[in-house]
Write a protein that binds this ligand. Structure first.
Ligand code: PRT
Ligand code: MG
Length: 217
């Protein structure tokens, strides 16, 4: 790729959708709909800007190693990745949710914590969960999952889950209750540190346009 081409890593779904208005503010229009196309590299109206579609949890890795110059990723994903090699100039305030602890509605979490019981915790967010329970002084057996965390307490795999919550509908539909809010989450712009030096001017234009379009609601 030429030194002037910018590659932006996005994941399909809410991050792609919620990044579109920010791209528009930078004069960038994606020319294909990822829900309709099978292409993984999408052209834009700017000949020197392209979008690559990657798994949400792979965005920081692509940007870290220069597979993309910049990307948009959830703070949850960023914390689990570690953030090495990434410049994080902006909180875009999109795709907002929170990381919470949830249990079955018949499980007495407060009592379990008070008694100092060992908790079996299932999650995709093992770093966030480990830090949280360590700070609280709760001993946990961590069970790493890659999806459908909600199922773990229902099948006896775990006492509790650490997962993302936005409306709470998924928890309610599965007879789970939120018992702790660990942190608020939004998506951030991440930039490859070498690209920041080599492609300073075009990156600066995008960062400034995004900054001016962040919603403060
Ligand atoms: O889906 P896939 O396995 O490919 O990857 P992913 O789940 O990491 O990607 P995606 O696109 O679903 O999420 C990307 C990012 O969006 C996450 O990293 C978060 O930063 C952010 N985000 C915001 C959310 C949610 N809101 C959200 N509600 N990500 C996931 N959810 C899920 C949550 O895991 C739970 O299953 O939605 C369910 C809860 O939603 P409510 O509204 O029922 O509470
Ligand atoms: Mg998902």
């Amino acid at each position: 790729m030429s030194k002037d081409t910018l590659t932006l890593a996005l994941s399909k779904g809410r991050i792609f959708e919620e990044t579109l208005p920010l791209l528009a503010a930078a004069g960038i229009e994606v020319l294909e709909d990822p829900e309709k196309s099978r292409k993984l590299i999408l052209p834009t109206n700017q000949p020197n800007v392209r979008v690559v579609l990657v798994r949400a949890s792979d965005v920081p890795t692509y940007v870290q190693y220069g597979g993309a110059d910049l990307g948009v990723t959830g703070k949850d994903t960023l914390i689990e990745h570690g953030g090495q090699g990434l410049f994080q100039p902006l909180d875009l305030r999109i795709a907002r949710c929170r990381v919470s602890v949830a249990v079955r509605n018949d499980f007495d979490y407060v009592q379990a914590v008070k008694q100092g019981s060992r908790l079996k915790v299932a999650t995709k967010y093992t770093s966030i969960a480990r830090d949280f329970f360590a700070t609280k002084g709760v001993h946990v057996d961590m069970i790493k999952l890659y999806g459908s965390m909600e199922l773990a307490p229902l099948t006896g795999l775990a006492d509790a889950i650490v997962d993302l919550v936005s409306t709470g509908n998924t928890l309610r539909a599965n007879h789970l209750v939120e018992v702790e809010r660990i942190m608020d989450i939004s998506s951030h712009l991440v930039v490859n540190q070498a690209a920041l030096k080599l492609k300073q001017a075009p990156l600066r234009r995008i960062i400034d346009a995004f900054a001016g379009a962040i919603r403060n609601d």
